[in-house]
Design a protein around this ligand. Structure first.
Ligand code: HEC
Length: 222
């Protein structure tokens, strides 16, 4: 699963005023998730794949490719997702279609509820097409990347350990506390919440951000 380099920029884009701060008014209950699953299968799976990992038959050859939304929706705010689904890829020159005229607002929230449930492993893909979100495989991939960074002298083993610890806590927090904001804003909010809950220290949060930047600079992380 490749994260295209433009994805990081889209994940840091500022959310237009008309959307920024929107919280989902539709609770992630069974009825909504089921409606979302039907709509997702009809409108989204061809590009994003049944498991939501961006590997649908029509999505793979696109440039940029369809996003692995079962995974990324865990890190992105309600407002970001609602904006991107409503308006599509026009601001970024991508093939993501706008859905605002086709789907009701409620139905867009239903789909968001479904995609997040899919990414958590709470829902199973409806068809047989493609990969599912696999946090264990992502953790292995990250451990390999950190080992490489240590062996190249980009970071110390101690920094790698702190990075892993904070990363795991942050993923847990973001997955279980959907909120608003783009990926960067959600990260800032998540770290602050973890520090104030005493789950991590401020110094661990600082190390995480510092290591994050150095991994990016070294081209080891997307
Ligand atoms: C024609 C192919 C295609 C279809 C159909 C499609 N998408 Fe996309 N989608 C893309 C591409 C390509 C991207 C990546 C570029 C971008 O973010 O604009 C994307 C990106 C996204 C993103 C942003 C994810 C992120 O991590 O930033 C979301 C959310 C999304 N799609 C949801 C949906 C939903 C929901 C549907 C169905 C209602 C849908 N897409 C249908 C091609 C498609």
């Amino acid at each position: 699963m490749g994260m295209d380099s433009g994805m990081m920029e889209r994940h840091r884009a500022s959310i237009p005023e008309a959307y920024a701060g929107l919280n989902s008014p539709v609770p992630a209950e069974e009825e909504s998730i089921n409606r979302g699953g039907d709509l997702y299968t009809t409108h989204c799976a061809s590009c994003h794949g049944d498991g939501g990992m961006g590997d649908g038959p029509a999505g793979q050859s696109l440039n940029p490719p369809a996003a692995p939304i079962a995974h990324t929706s865990q890190m992105l705010g309600d407002d970001y997702l609602f904006w991107r689904i409503s308006e599509g890829g026009a601001p970024f020159g991508s093939a993501m279609p706008p859905w605002a005229g086709t789907l009701s607002e409620e139905n867009i929230w239903d789909i968001i509820n479904y995609v997040r449930a899919l990414g958590r492993g709470q829902e199973q893909p409806r068809g047989g097409m493609g990969a599912t979100n696999d946090p264990a495989a992502q953790a292995t991939q990250q451990a390999d990347m950190l080992a490489q960074a240590v062996s190249q002298g980009v970071i110390t083993q101690e920094e790698a350990d702190t990075f892993s610890l904070v990363h795991t806590a942050l993923d847990d927090y973001l997955t279980t506390n959907p909120g608003t904001g783009n990926a960067q804003e959600r990260q800032t909010t998540g770290l602050a919440a973890l520090v104030s809950a005493g789950t991590i220290t401020q110094s661990q949060a600082d190390t995480f951000l510092n290591v994050h930047d150095r991994l990016l600079e070294a081209g080891l992380m997307h």
